[in-house]
Every structure is written in C-alpha cells, then in structure tokens.
Design a protein around this ligand. Structure first.
Ligand code: NAD
Ligand code: IPM
Ligand code: MN
Length: 351
C-alpha cells in the first residue's frame, strides 16, 4: 500500500489537541482512499526546551528532511519561554531550512459559518513570502539599556526571493480567477517595497492573462473588510502577509478556521502544514479549541501529497459539519465533539 511518512509536531498549548483531532480525521480519510499515513511524533516544544535547553535537537532539521511532509500544531508558551526563543528555535528555522518560501492561506466562509462581515461570497487566497523580508533576523541593538539605545531590524529582500514568490502568485491567480493583488508599502518604504513593485510590473508582461493591481497594505486591509469579494489572490511580504492572514482569519469566522501550507514548490525538501493560529494559552487545556483550521491544513497536505480524493473527502466533511451548525461558534462545541462529527461525515462519504 502506498505510504506517506509524516512528521507530527504538536508543539505547545492547543497544538496537541488540534493535531490529535486532525490526525484521526486524516488517518480515516487515508484508509477509505486506500493509502496509509505513517506518523512519527516529535515532542519539540517549550516543555522540551525547558528540559533540554533547545526547541529541537541540533540535528532536528536533518531528522525532518527524511519525511514526506510535516504537520505542526502551534509553537509558543510565552509565560515560560520568550517567543523570540521558541519561534526562532523551531518554527521559523524549518520554514527557512526547507525553502518553504510560499505560505498559502485560504480565506473563505465554510457553509453555515457567520463571519463578522455582511459579505459572504468571498474566496481569497493569500500567498505570503515565507523565508525573508522582515523575518530575516538581521539587526541588533547597541547601547543596550541606556538612553541612547538603538534597535535595528533589517528587512532583506532579494531579487530571487521576490521574483519567485511573485511568480508563484501569478501562477495561482492564473489557475483561479485571474486577479492578483500585490501588496507593498512603497509610499513609505522606498527601497524594498519600490523594488517589489518594480519586479511586479516586470513579471506582469509574462502573465498577460492575469490582471495585477498593486495595493498599499493599509488600503488592502480596508478592502479585505469592505469588499473582500473583489479580491482573488493576494501576494505579500512575510510580515504584511502575517498580519493580513489573521485579518483573513477574522473575516472567515475566526482563527479556528484559518489553514496554512508552507510550501517548498521545488519539492527539494518537505513542506509543512499548520493552522494560522498559535497555541492559544487562554483556552489551552479546556478542550474547546476548534480543530478545523488544522484539519483543513491537513487536507492541503493530502492535496500536496497527490491524494486529491482524500483531500476532497476531508473538505466535504468539514463543510458538511459546519453546515449542520457544529463548530461554528467559538467555545460552544468541544474539540472532541467537533472531531467526532467530522469523522462521522468522513465515514459517510462513498468513493
Ligand atoms: P493565538 O492564535 O494563539 O490566539 C489568539 C486568539 O485566538 C486567542 O483568543 C485564542 O483563544 C483564539 N484561538 C486561536 N486558535 C483557536 C482555535 N483553534 N479555536 C478557538 N480559538 C482559537 O495567538 P497569540 O495569543 O498571539 O499567541 C499565543 C502563542 O502562540 C504565542 O507564543 C505566539 O507566538 C504563538 N503563535 C504560534 C503560531 C504558530 O506556531 N504557527 C502562530 C501564532 C502564534
Ligand atoms: C504565523 C505566526 C508566526 C509568524 C509567528 C508565531 C512567528 O504568527 O504563522 O502566522 O509570524 O509567521
Ligand atoms: Mn501569524
């Protein structure tokens, strides 16, 4: 039987709950579609850091390299380990080391979910640059603790990095409704963002079938709320994409629904699938985390692995569950009840 080897990293807080839920749904879908998912769980997390002084072993990246994909819950437990340590020790190095430069985040309402907007018919695909830009980690602090202290955070944008993410965005737009929104802040940031706009204009010539519009990120944020149905594919830098996709999560009903795929388009290393949300310390341990964002991310993983039938089965089960009013209001249904309902729907689909 065809077997895909998956590295599971539940991480912190609700990460464990949502990974358990997603794994049971994915296993069931795999079984029904006639292939196997073989999971190996890694306990890398803030608790692991407290025991070992590291978020993952020194050879963690090499360990992960042998897998077909990675499914991750959430990383971060700021009460005990600073986020700047935990995220730079686990999540961010994986994205970078495996050249997962395209972070794909879909924003649309599942049936029955009421978002905060009047608009209902939007279907946005946000493509976030995932390896450079404002997350380069370059910079430092001088005169620390004095009145003259200066902190510098350098955003690094390379031509190769900007070009590949924009091309990825153009290709996605071409395969969808042919509209690309390229997001910058070139009125204020006169180096990197003007550079990004220039490359967008250059590449547009290669994609005559795609209508590309450059937006400033502030205006685009307003558009996502006022006229989300006018948007198709959005392509943005690392930080702008991060912020816009929590906004996207909000308009699709909340972080419990927002899925994410960190893709290595060349397939030279594994891709990683995870919800947009974090470890949610405020609800951790209460059994009320919505697992749908992670299950949707899992469906994106199946699609990436070439298992389209199983991916569609999972997405149909999610939609059928929300259509029945289950899991659509934060905190109302338990993680367990939502998962059981989705499993029931997975089972009921033939084929
Ligand atoms: P968060 O996404 O964890 O939580 C924000 C709000 O959304 C909270 O009120 C939370 O209860 C709610 N929420 C999130 N996911 C939910 C779900 N599945 N179901 C129901 N409600 C949900 O953001 P935060 O509080 O800013 O971050 C907490 C920690 O997670 C920090 O350490 C942060 O750095 C980390 N973080 C990690 C990731 C990741 O691993 N990819 C992403 C974001 C934040
Ligand atoms: C996300 C998260 C991460 C990011 C954090 C936890 C570093 O917010 O995946 O959206 O900013 O990329
Ligand atoms: Mn984020």
């Amino acid at each position: 039987m065809k077997t895909h080897r998956i590295a599971l990293i539940p991480g912190d807080g609700i990460g464990t709950d949502v990974i358990d839920a997603a794994w049971s749904v994915l296993q069931r879908a795999a079984g029904l579609s006639g292939f196997a998912l073989e999971g190996t769980t890694f306990p890398w997390s803030c608790a692991f850091y407290k025991e070992t002084g590291r978020m993952m072993p020194a050879d963690g990246i090499e360990i992960l390299r042998g897998f077909d994909a990675i499914l991750l819950g959430a990383v971060g437990w700021p009460a005990e380990v600073p986020d700047s340590v935990s995220l730079h020790g686990l999540l961010l190095p994986i994205r970078k080391a495996f050249v997962q430069y395209a972070n794909i985040r879909p924003h649309r309402l599942l049936p029955g979910v009421e978002g905060p907007l009047k608009a209902e018919g939007f279907d946005i695909l946000c493509i976030r640059e995932n390896t450079e830009g404002e997350y380069s980690g370059a910079g430092g602090r001088v005169h620390q603790g004095t009145a003259n202290e200066v902190a510098v955070e350098t955003a690094i944008f390379t031509r190769a990095g900007v070009e590949r993410i924009l091309r990825f965005g153009f290709e996605q737009a071409r395969a969808r409704r042919g509209k690309l929104a390229s997001v910058t802040k070139s009125n204020a940031q006169k180096h990197s963002m003007v550079f990004w706009d220039e490359i967008t204009a250059l590449l547009a010539a290669d994609y005559p079938d795609v209508t590309v519009t450059s937006y400033h990120v502030d205006a685009l944020a307003a558009r996502m709320v006022m006229a989300p149905e006018s948007l198709d594919v959005i392509v943005a830098s690392n930080l702008f994409g991060d912020i816009l996709t929590d906004l996207g999560a909000a308009i699709q009903g909340g972080l419990g629904f927002a899925a994410s795929a960190n893709i290595n388009p060349d397939r030279s290393a594994p891709s990683m699938f995870e919800p947009v949300h974090g470890s949610a310390p405020d609800i951790a341990g209460k059994g009320i985390a919505n697992p749908m964002a992670t299950i949707w991310s899992g469906a994106m993983m199946l699609e990436h692995l070439g298992e389209s039938q199983a991916a569609a089965r999972v997405m149909q089960a999610l939609s059928a569950t929300t259509a029945r009013g289950i899991g659509i209001r934060p905190g109302k249904d338990s993680t367990e009840a939502i998962t059981a309902a989705i499993l029931g729907e997975v089972n009921s689909k033939k084929g």
